[in-house]
Design a protein around this ligand. Sequence first.
Ligand SMILES: [Zn+2]
Length: 359
Amino acid sequence: MIGERILQARKAAGLTLAELGTQLGITHTAIQKFEQGRLTPNSTQLLALAKACGIRTEYFFRTNTVELINPEFRKRVRFGKTAQEKVLIRATEQAERRVKLLGLYPIPPIEPFTVPKALPHKIGNYEQIEEFSEALRNAWLLGMDQISDLCDTLETHGIFVLVIDEENTAFDGLMATALADDGSIYPLIAVSKQWPADRQRFTLAHELGHLMLSGRLGEELDEEKACNRFAGSFLAPKPAVIQTLGQQRSELEWHELYTLKHEYGLSMAGWLIRAKQCSVITKNVYESHFIRFSKKGWRTREPGEPLAQEQPKFFQQLVFRALGESLITESAAAALLGIPLMTLFRQRQLEPEDDAAHQ
Ligand SMILES: [Zn+2]
């Protein structure tokens, strides 16, 4: 058991057997023996292993196990097998902490994920996706307003949302099913920390599309295209597009798109596409804007202030709730959050984190 954990921690840290061995001052064969369970590290070695892999020693002894099944990556080709494995291990580790926390509650704080019954069962063309995403918004009581915190919206509906600190820009996102050893199942969506919030939100909504549209799309429809349409319409539903831009327009102002991007958390390019999809502008107007977008380099980087990133806060809130209800100790809370105990004390008292630096 502990051997498997050491292997996972090493891979998640992106270290070879030899590199980890060097850091501990032992041979790579010794590390391999730890991983195979043929040798047990002593407490000093365990501390050193944890430090080298950037994790807490508790990780090695955790008993809740979660398996991520059917992982689907949203990535570029150059994001290879080893890099994927590393992301999977880190996502699994985060999912395990969530499962452990939920298991501590006598009454589960969230309902298990379900696909709402009211959603249309068959989608024959892309237009029908508008109706589909509006039905989902209604089922989730979201109305037609902007979704200010998409992570929170997904997490309260039983979906694990993780932000993975992955430097490689070829990684956008990941979807999988987290299967816990107690039999509970959670859909899981992970996004890269690298990207501005509008791109993260689009990835989250796109993956939500896969989850919701599964088995409903007509054969002639392309699933990726359908999920993109879903993402756009979920973030900026047609009634909102018409209400903000008007039924029909001969031209759009860039500043409008910029303001709406910050209001709805959908990129300027995304708004342009929505304006065309909702027949507010013609194909010609849309295309001429896109050419100008490309010339200005806005296809790669949009102008002005980037959208502030979303951070899943739901899990953190549940940790503090468990603390408030005396379901866990402070050290267990710190372990779940992956932070030092001192940091937890400060957070709990709402003291500034850099206080120590001034003393
Ligand atoms: Zn996709």
